[in-house]
Structures are given as C-alpha cells and as structure tokens.
Design a protein around this ligand. Structure first.
Ligand code: 0X9
Ligand code: ZN
Length: 434
C-alpha cells in the first residue's frame, strides 16, 4: 500500500515537474501569434523578406505564388509593429493561432485512446512506451523499433547508419518482404519541429510489421525506415525550443544549426538556401557537411540501385511534392510522378476526405536547393521520389494536436501503400479499402 501511495505520488510529482518544465519552456512564445498573409503584391513579399531578416517574424510556411499565403509567427514584442506594417500596405491577413503558447500546451495533451475490441490486449504489459495518442521523445521511438526487432526477428533488423554531432544514433529499421522486388527508403523528422512526421513514420512501421497480415502488399518490398533523421534537433524541440528546425551544429555559437534539407549534394547552395548561419535555411559550409546527411548518403549508396522509391515526410500544408526543388525544373519522367501523386491524393481523399495538392515542389511551393529529395532523384536516380507535407492545411501548423496523429499516420501509410502497389504492379481491387 505504502509503495503504491509512493508510486502514485511520484508519478504525479513527475508529471507536475514536466508540465512545469513545459510552462517555462513555452513561456518564450507567450503572446506570439501565427498570421496568414496573402502574397498579393511584390511589396508585400518584400516586406515579409525584410521583416524576416530583421527577426521581427519567423516564416512558418511560404509560397512564392502570387495570391497564395505565407504563414508567419510573430513574437509578442513585434506584433503591433508588424500588424501596422501590413495595414500600411493594405495586406490581407488573418490570425491562425491567437495564442501560440496555449496551442503548444494543447498539442502535448494526451488524446483519448480508441476503445480496443479486445479489452485484455490493453492490459497486457508492453515492453515499449510508444503510443499514437501523444508525441514521444526519441527514446520511446527507438524503444519501439527495438521491441519490433526482438519480437519479429525474421523480418526486422536495425542498422545505425550514423551518429549526430551530440552523439545520438541515426537508426534505420529494415522490414524485409518475402517476395521483395525493390527497396523503399522512408525518411521522417529531418526538420525538428515537424513532430507529426516521426509519429506518422512510426505509424507506418507499425502497419508494416504488427499489422502485416492485412497489408500483404508489403511482401513486395524491403522497407528501410528512418523515423528521426535529425535526432539532435528533434530532442531540442522537446527540451528547449519547440519551433527549432535545423540540426544542432554549433560552429557558430550564436547561431547554431544547419538546415539538413539544404545540405544535400545536388545543386547545393542555389536558390532558397542561405549561406548565413543565422538563417533557418542555412545550407551548411559545404554540401554533405553534416553527419546526418552523410549517413543517408553513405547508406543509400551502399544499398544501391534496388531502391526505387524515396519518401520524405514533412509537415505541414498537405502537399505531395516531387522534384526538382532547386529550380522550376522537371525530371523527364515527371508525368509518372504527377500521375502516381494524384493517385495517392485520391486514395487519401477517399479515406479521410482530406485534400492533398500534388505538384512539382518549386512550382507549387518555392525553389529550395540541397534537398534530400533532389539528391535522391538527381544524385541517386530513384524514380519515385516524393516529399510529402502532412497535416494540416494551416489551422494548427506545426502544433498539430496529438489527437490527429493516428489519422495523419493513416494518410502517410496510404502513400506508402499506393507507391508500393504501383511499382510492384499490383492492381487494386475496385472495392478494396485503405
Ligand atoms: O523547405 C523544405 O525543406 C520543405 N518544406 S518545409 O516546410 N517542411 O520545410 C519542402 C522541400 C521540398 N523539396 C525541395 N525543395 N527540394
Ligand atoms: Zn520540413
């Protein structure tokens, strides 16, 4: 009894401690808002650029297309100034998140678990902590991969493909198909703050392994899955700065971090990539200067030409993007990528009613060079290369509530299933459901 009281007391104190930690950490965003501004004119676009340069705003999501929107985070101390600037230019904007700090608190709330049909199943003690009801630290994600390898050793194995600057492992789980005709590389979490990406990639892994019997299409491929491509950055968003994007390279102490999705060696250092270490899109000192991008380069080079599909999951915006991103340049087979992308979007729409836009990333969003996807397509020659921006379309942005993890994971899984079926030449039965 005493032990029980102690344990309950300890758990409550612990929870209180971590919620206090969250409060202090998120307090830096007190009074900040997220605004959606219409890019109606060149002068509005220039204003956004200069406000970003002065650190008066942070860009969350941008589009170079006139008439589309840019989402910005405005800290409390610049809010009235920034709003005034927009009013001066007659810029149309609306408030997406009125209180960023409380949206952060809401995001980490635990979503109610769906009632399981088999009640005993929930009671069974498990040797891992991962759920899809909340966002987890990397130890829980890796703990789940370890559990799968020990429980399903005939199909799962883990390779550590590299080590980060702070000494964390970059892990890939291999899920082998009994009739594998090709390999499929799946990447999550290259951008630290896009929490729904590692969560959705873990969801895909669960489908491919634990629910394999209802996903027999998976026998056609060997999957190599890296749920957290930027471990240092991801942990930093949990312990320090929720909206951190880059890795934690600290050669410039006052402005740490390299944007790993600008560090790959295909058309490195061109449009949409910065040479300034303080910028969110800092490309690094050279192409492949970072251990995280080197690890993926070396691993993909090693597994070689069997890889026919590469999907990088990001958030947010609900886009299915294909190369190239360094400029408005299409690959010779871009019609195939558009066609399959449209199929993915259609299947997602059928399943969850959510709309995903499909297109070339430089045309649909903006030019950005040094991306992992461009290197996968242009450097390695992987035909079906996509970057998928998961939920949502802007309501919560990076602060997507945990209650949407399962539904988002399902959409990500539909993408993987649709691509596998296409490459393996599996015709979908008319009635089959995702
Ligand atoms: O800018 C990015 O790296 C991606 N968008 S995000 O908001 N998640 O940061 C899009 C990358 C598209 N691919 C390339 N431009 N190569
Ligand atoms: Zn991203």
């Amino acid at each position: 009894m005493l032990l029980w009281i102690f344990l309950v007391g300890f758990a409550a104190a612990n929870e209180e401690f971590s919620s206090q930690q969250n409060s202090t950490r998120h307090a830096q965003y007190r009074g900040s808002q997220v605004l959606r501004v219409r890019n109606a004119t060149e002068s509005i676009r220039n204003l956004l650029k200069s406000l970003e340069g002065e650190k008066a705003i942070e860009i969350w999501k941008q589009s170079n297309v006139f008439g589309k929107f840019t989402d910005i985070l405005v800290p409390s101390f610049t809010l009235s100034f920034v709003r005034q600037q927009f009013e001066n230019l007659n810029a149309t904007f609306r408030v997406m998140i009125a209180d960023v700090e409380s949206a952060m608190h809401e995001q980490i709330a635990i979503a109610p678990r769906k009632q399981s049909k088999n009640k005993n199943k929930n009671k069974k003690s498990r040797s891992y902590n991962l759920t899809f009801q909340r966002y987890h630290r990397i130890s829980d994600i890796y703990g789940y991969l370890d559990y799968l390898v020990s429980t399903f050793p005939s199909i799962c194995s883990i390779e550590t493909i590299g080590t980060t600057i702070q000494g964390r492992q970059i892990k890939v789980i291999k899920i082998s198909g009994s009739n594998a005709k090709f390999s499929f590389y799946i990447e999550g979490g290259i951008h630290a703050r896009e929490w729904v990406s590692p969560a959705s990639v873990a969801y895909i892994v669960r489908e491919l392994v634990e629910y394999r019997s209802k996903n027999s299409f998976a026998e056609n491929a060997d999957y190599y899955v890296s749920p957290v491509a930027n471990p240092d950055g991801y942990e930093f968003t949990h312990t320090n700065t929720r909206l951190w994007r880059k890795n934690r390279r600290d050669s410039d102490k006052s402005c740490p971090g390299v944007d790993l999705n600008r560090n790959y060696g295909y058309q490195w250092g061109g449009l949409g990539a910065s040479r300034q270490s303080c910028d969110e899109t800092f490309a690094g000192g050279n192409s492949f200067s970072e251990p995280e991008s080197q690890a993926v380069r070396d691993f993909l080079t090693k597994i070689g030409p069997s890889v026919q599909a590469y999907v990088a999951f990001h958030s947010y915006g609900q886009y299915i993007l294909y190369p190239f991103g360094y400029d408005k340049v299409l690959a010779p087979d871009s019609a195939d990528l558009q066609k399959l992308g449209a199929k993915i979007a259609k299947n997602i729409r059928k399943s969850s009613k959510k709309k995903y836009k499909v297109g070339n990333s430089a045309i649909l969003l903006y030019e950005a060079s040094g991306g992992a996807d461009d290197w996968a397509k242009g450097g390695v020659g992987i035909k079906y290369t996509y970057t998928i921006e998961l939920r949502d379309a802007g309501r919560f942005g990076f602060l997507l509530p945990a209650s949407q993890i399962e539904a988002t994971g399902k959409e990500a899984f539909i993408a993987i299933k649709t691509i596998t079926q296409e490459i393996a030449g599996i015709k979908r039965k008319k009635k089959s459901r995702f």
